[in-house]
Design a protein around this ligand. Structure first.
Ligand code: PLP
Length: 476
């Protein structure tokens, strides 16, 4: 069977006239993207259908399952977001209770909202300096299960946005021992499980469903991802049913062919590409090892802080204890050195690397950090930031489930008047999109102070209806 990509090229070069969607008719010759338009089609004869794949899409999905070691893999064209919604819907009954790591992406919370579920939260430990989350530990999962044995399963994110990995093998044994289902959001770990240089994927460690964004860390178009089904605890038909609901009925063949090409490339070149990335990262870490004020975290740092594992493709550049914030460092890297970071927050900057990076990029970043470092004051371990614990609600501070809060009557109040009121909205920094205020939870004065600080630092707060960030919806 020919590949999707070669079939698209053949179609573009052939004489079949398109009396079908899309409206651009593969005919945008003077456009900068003319080549992409030529390959952009919908389901037509001789091409497969994502929602009932029998040909080239099925073949590519099978290759993905073989590569990562899943029972079945499914293409995601609406990102990991669609995979997370489908996984939660297929795995847990509507209205049920589950255990959720509090540092999950908003998509998991939206899944709970849609399925009217109630969460019992796992709080990842903050490292001793208090600016970064560590791993979720098996004992924490066991403890919550003892308290809430009615929980139908566990949803957690590993690696998290910063590359911190949790011990999935041990956690999955606990979850299965309680008859539950383990879903792992591995959106940031599509490159896991493909080499010895980077961590093992949750797919081969006992998770029942694993969701990966191919576009985040591998060469594939934005919006593409994979849902891996890894056990028979969830029915394949149920996953297909919900993917049919949450994904578009017009999947882009451009998206799907880049997924196919990515899977193909991993199969053939992973043994060369990942060691090369690993060497580039090591050279970079070596080049910046004598920074006086900034610090680039490495695997040793992670081990010393009790993290299970750390994905070294994530470069966490800490400004903690210095006279510069993460956001200020990120702005300087962009304005003065033309280096765009993935994310900046209060005390660090995250640079994401991949097999497609060039040594030149690493060298430019190292040079910039060494130069900026010379002009800084203060050093690591000077003061302890507030920490995100202030946003973690105690049980008595959760008044309603997210779906109950969604339906409740609300009023819009200026921030200053929201202390001790129940939030009707989500609040999160984007990126990383991890909600720190969840509908149905009491808002405290400390939270409002921290939100003010975020505003002052120019961090992007999202989730509220009021774009001016002055008012919040609270439950009446
Ligand atoms: C941990 C995590 N999960 C899921 C998602 C959603 O992924 P996507 O953008 O592919 O829908 C993100 C997005 O940033 C994320 O950080």
């Amino acid at each position: 069977m020919s590949s999707m990509f070669s079939s698209l090229v053949q179609l573009a070069e052939g004489d079949i006239y398109p009396f079908h969607m899309p409206g651009h008719k593969r005919n945008m010759p003077d456009h900068r993207l003319s080549g992409a338009y030529q390959l952009d089609i919908t389901e037509i004869d001789y091409f497969d259908n994502l929602h009932r794949p029998k040909g080239m899409i099925r073949q590519a999905q099978k290759k993905a399952a073989d590569l990562w070691g899943a029972d079945e893999s499914f293409f995601l064209v609406n990102g990991s977001t669609a995979g997370i919604l489908a996984a939660l819907s297929a795995a847990f009954p509507k209205g049920s209770e589950m255990i959720l790591a509090r540092n999950c992406h908003k998509a998991a919370y939206h899944g709970m909202l849609l399925r009217e579920m109630k969460a019992h939260y796992l709080y990842p430990n903050l490292i001793e300096e208090g600016f970064l989350y560590g791993s979720i530990l098996p004992d924490q999962v066991e403890e919550l299960y003892k308290k809430y044995p009615q929980s139908k399963g566990v949803f957690l994110t590993s690696p998290n946005y910063d590359g911190v990995v949790s011990p999935i093998r041990e956690i999955s044994e606990i979850v299965h021992g309680h008859g539950g289902i383990l879903i792992v959001d591995e959106a940031h770990g599509a490159h896991f499980g493909l080499s010895l240089e980077f961590p093992e994927s949750a797919v081969t460690q006992g998770a029942d469903i694993v969701i990966q964004s191919l576009h985040k860390t591998l060469p594939s178009f934005t919006q593409t991802g994979l849902l891996h089904l890894c056990s028979s605890r969830i029915q394949k038909e149920s996953i297909q049913h919900y993917l049919g609901i949450y994904q578009t009925s017009s999947p882009s063949y451009l998206f799907m062919s880049t997924m196919e090409q990515c899977i193909e490339m991993m199969g053939k070149e992973k043994d060369v590409l990942f060691p090369e990335l690993s060497r580039n990262v090591d050279d970079f870490l070596n080049a910046v090892k004598n920074l006086a004020h900034l610090q680039v975290l490495n695997e040793q740092f992670a081990r010393d802080r009790g993290m299970h594992q750390f994905d070294k493709s994530k470069l966490i550049i800490s400004t903690y204890g210095t006279n510069i914030s993460g956001k200020e460092l990120s702005d300087r890297l962009l304005d003065e050195y033309h280096l765009q970071m993935e994310m900046a927050c209060e005390h660090y900057v995250l640079a994401l690397t991949s097999i497609c990076d060039r040594p030149e990029g690493f060298q430019r970043l190292a040079k910039a950090l060494l130069e900026i470092d010379k002009g800084l004051e203060g050093s690591f371990l000077q003061h302890k930031p507030a920490g995100l614990e202030i946003f973690w609600p105690k049980e008595e501070n959760i008044a309603f489930s997210i779906s109950e809060a969604e339906e409740a009557k609300k009023e819009r109040l200026p921030f200053v008047r929201c202390a001790n009121r129940i939030s009707g909205e989500f609040l999160y920094l984007y990126p990383p999109g991890v909600p720190f205020v969840v509908p149905g939870e009491y808002i405290t004065k400390e939270m409002l102070c921290q939100i003010n600080l975020y505003k002052e630092q120019g961090l992007s707060i999202q989730g509220m209806k009021d774009d001016t960030l002055t008012c919040l919806e609270v439950i009446e």
